[in-house]
Ligand binder design. Structure first.
Ligand code: PLP
Length: 416
């Protein structure tokens, strides 16, 4: 009998037994090209030999070096290796287990350090499912409904969703920055505002990149008012968008950066980075947890960085991302149900519609089912489940990308 909670719903009918590279296999040896990467986690593919070897070695050496009790070499080495990739000013790192937990760590830090209560989050953002993270999330009411009231002290300002507004990028950014300024006059005065939190490329809401002018507008307002800028890089960071961090597309530096997912190729690990001086403004003893910086997860994270660097996966994501986008744009030219191709690098979304501007979650669901039957695993997102998202491993080959797009095209024909 299956005792799994009925509320833990799977998007596919697959029971995955084994993973290798871009493929997942079930117990009967059927295989699927996995272009979900476990929601953007297995950036180095499933069971990359370097990651497997590092984790296996660590399992037989030391697993739980409780980090509020002792340090351990992998954790210390990982802070050094991460620092090589972090924006220069962010030289202190705190570890935890999941994205949501790291978001809460960031929240605690900015409130304690600033002594201010409020947070500005942006419409459509997804920051996790725990109470404070859900309180800053508006990608869908599913995360917020049924257990409100959530945490107080969060205000929302519009994110530049030009597609949804139907306006030009410039008009949308003007509107969003004006609304942000208005928010300071109506909802949260700058002196009450600890931080802004943003996904530089929104994930769950539908793969919307912010724009350079918008991000720079946030940075200017943060600098002017002494507000901290938190970049939630949990889904879009770690090479996914063709830059190591997605905020690097906009020439803007955050004060606090949150990362997870791709960090350890599937081992539970997340991190918050900030400048040492800012970190020291948090209250002593306020960071920690039982399992954070697990020694095996840190070993996997170190091996993941080796693979990313040695296989030049960030450049690969940029190059193959351009190629995938071209192929998806070609499909958009042919199939009217694709209204827009959005995203950056290997984080791309297709807006599926009945007619221009009319979201079609049903068709997107049918497309995913058809792909699953033919051996391709994709996910969807967006408020109506209308965005088909492409998140292949950063190691995906040109052949695999071509195969996936061909299978998707067959699904478009089949569901027409
Ligand atoms: C941008 C972003 N922030 C936070 C989270 C929450 O991470 P977790 O599911 O590990 O708690 C996610 C997860 O999808 C995410 O995409």
């Amino acid at each position: 009998m299956n005792h799994l909670s009925p509320l833990l719903v799977q998007s596919s009918g697959i029971c995955a037994e084994r993973g290798e590279g871009s493929y997942l296999y079930d117990s009967e040896g059927r295989r699927w090209l996995d272009f979900t990467s476990g929601i953007g986690v297995t950036a180095t593919g499933h069971c990359h030999p370097r990651v497997v070897e590092a984790a296996q070695r660590q399992v037989g050496t030391l697993v739980h070096a409780q980090y509020a009790t002792v340090t351990h070499p992998n954790m210390l080495r990982l802070t050094d290796r991460l620092y090589e990739h972090l924006p220069g000013a962010l030289d202190a790192v705190a570890f935890s287990n999941s994205g949501s937990e790291a978001i809460e760590t960031a929240l605690r830090l900015v409130r304690q350090a600033s002594g201010r209560p409020n947070i500005i989050a942006f419409t459509g953002g997804f920051h996790g499912r725990t109470l404070a993270a859900a309180s800053m999330t508006t990608s869908t009411t599913k995360v917020r409904s049924g257990w409100q009231p959530l945490m107080a002290g969060v205000c929302f300002s519009p994110f530049p969703h030009s597609y949804r507004y139907g306006w030009s990028e410039d008009d949308t950014v003007d509107f969003c920055l004006q609304e942000l300024d208005h928010l300071f006059l109506t909802q949260s005065a700058p002196a009450d505002t600890a931080a802004m939190i943003i996904e530089p490329v929104q994930g769950e809401y539908g793969y919307y990149p912010a724009t350079r002018r918008f991000m720079q507008g946030l940075r200017e307002r943060c600098d002017k008012h002494g507000i901290l800028l938190i970049a939630d890089e949990i889904q879009a960071g770690y090479g996914r968008t063709g830059r190591f961090w997605s905020h690097q597309h906009y020439d803007v530096q955050p004060d606090v950066l949150v990362t997870a997912k791709g960090l350890a190729s599937g081992y539970p690990l997340s991190a918050v980075a900030a400048g040492r001086a800012l970190m020291a403004e948090g209250w002593p003893g306020s960071q920690g947890g039982t399992y954070g910086a697990n020694a095996v997860a840190c070993a996997a994270a170190l091996a993941t960085l080796d693979v990313i660097e040695e296989e030049d996966l960030v450049a690969h994501a940029a190059g193959e991302g351009d190629y995938l986008r071209q192929r998806l744009e070609a499909l958009r030219g042919r199939y009217q149900c694709i209204d827009e191709v959005r995203g950056l690098g290997l984080m791309l979304g297709l807006e599926i519609v009945k007619a221009p501007g009319q979201a079609d979650g049903e068709r997107a669901g049918a497309l995913l089912k058809a792909c699953e039957s033919s051996g391709l695993l994709l996910l969807r997102c967006g408020t109506h489940g209308q965005v088909v998202r492409w998140l292949p491993p950063l190691t995906a080959s040109r052949r695999e990308i071509d195969r996936a797009v061909d299978l998707f095209q067959d699904a478009l024909e089949e569901t027409a």
